[in-house]
Design a protein around this ligand. Structure first.
Ligand SMILES: [Zn+2]
Ligand SMILES: [Zn+2]
Length: 276
């Protein structure tokens, strides 16, 4: 297996927990892409904790964590990510979100690793952390041959979508959280999706819900399908599920969506798929 994608948290807004969420899971946004020995993580929602435990078990000592934006559901797992407490761990933290707002390190110092929100300061974290603040429109190269494309999304306070190209391997687009304008193609989103092997897309609402939530910064599964097909995407993971969407609701949506396009599926916590 060359490249694998694992969903550690697929929920938006807030973690949920009850027997109504057994199939799809309750952790918030976190997805890993593993290609050879390199691991790229998209977002640090509550699902990041489980990934950290797995990495501890397997002895992985480096990772790149890419943040879409700084809403709680995308960063709440960071203080509980076990590798940051290991002095031999090398973490690269990347985001476009703080580029014009003082930088990622300052944000974490001022708003996450600080009393009274958390009892340990950022300077006391033992892992080696490298911070990359990149402009929201950029292409970056890592480890000489991985490329990351970045584009701004339509979300309150801003946010970025990403596309990771693995060398001689697949590409994965991570597009969460974003609101579409009905009847208009978002060129940033289409560009990130173009000819991608897998797109992970903010499908928080049904069309009916969306009509009551303009300005909330999220999209629908129907828009995800429309854009992915237009962009020539191979597979589409519907992601960032609304906390009110129980297993029954998500299963019904998945059935409806797959009737329209068999290449789409609802992302589930614990799901692992291989590409290539
Ligand atoms: Zn979110
Ligand atoms: Zn958000």
């Amino acid at each position: 297996m060359n490249t694998s994608v694992e969903f550690w948290g697929v929920r938006g807004s807030i973690p949920v927990s009850s027997s109504l969420y057994n199939d799809f899971g309750g952790h918030t946004s976190c997805v890993s892409v593993t290609h050879k020995k390199n691991i790229f993580i998209f977002d640090a929602g509550s699902g990041l904790r489980d990934l950290g435990e797995k990495m501890k078990e397997t002895g992985i000592n480096q990772a790149t964590l890419i943040l879409s934006h700084m809403h709680f559901d995308h960063i709440i797992g960071l203080p509980f990510f076990a590798p940051i407490w290991n002095p031999n761990f090398q973490l690269t933290l990347l985001s476009a979100h703080c580029y014009e707002k003082g930088g990622l390190k300052k944000f974490l110092e001022n708003y996450v690793f600080k009393d009274p929100l958390f009892p340990v300061n950022l300077s006391q974290i033992p892992a080696h952390i490298k911070y990359i603040d990149c402009p929201p429109r950029e292409s970056l190269t890592f480890f000489q041959d991985y490329r990351l494309d970045i584009a701004p999304l339509n979300h309150p306070g801003g946010g970025s979508g990403y596309r990771l190209h693995c060398p001689e391997g697949p590409s994965v687009a991570y597009i969460s959280d974003t609101e579409h304008v009905p009847g208009h193609d978002d060129p940033n989103v289409l560009k990130l999706m173009h000819d991608t092997d897998l797109v992970i897309y903010d499908a928080m609402y049904t069309e009916e819900e969306f009509s009551k939530k303009y300005g909330w910064g999220h999209s629908t599964w129907t828009e995800g399908l429309r854009l992915a097909q237009k962009a020539g995407t191979k597979r589409l993971a519907l992601y960032h599920h609304d906390p009110s969407h129980t297993d029954d609701i998500l299963l019904k949506i998945e059935e409806e969506a797959q009737k329209l396009w068999a290449q789409c599926f609802m992302a589930r916590q614990g799901m692992k798929i291989s590409l290539l």
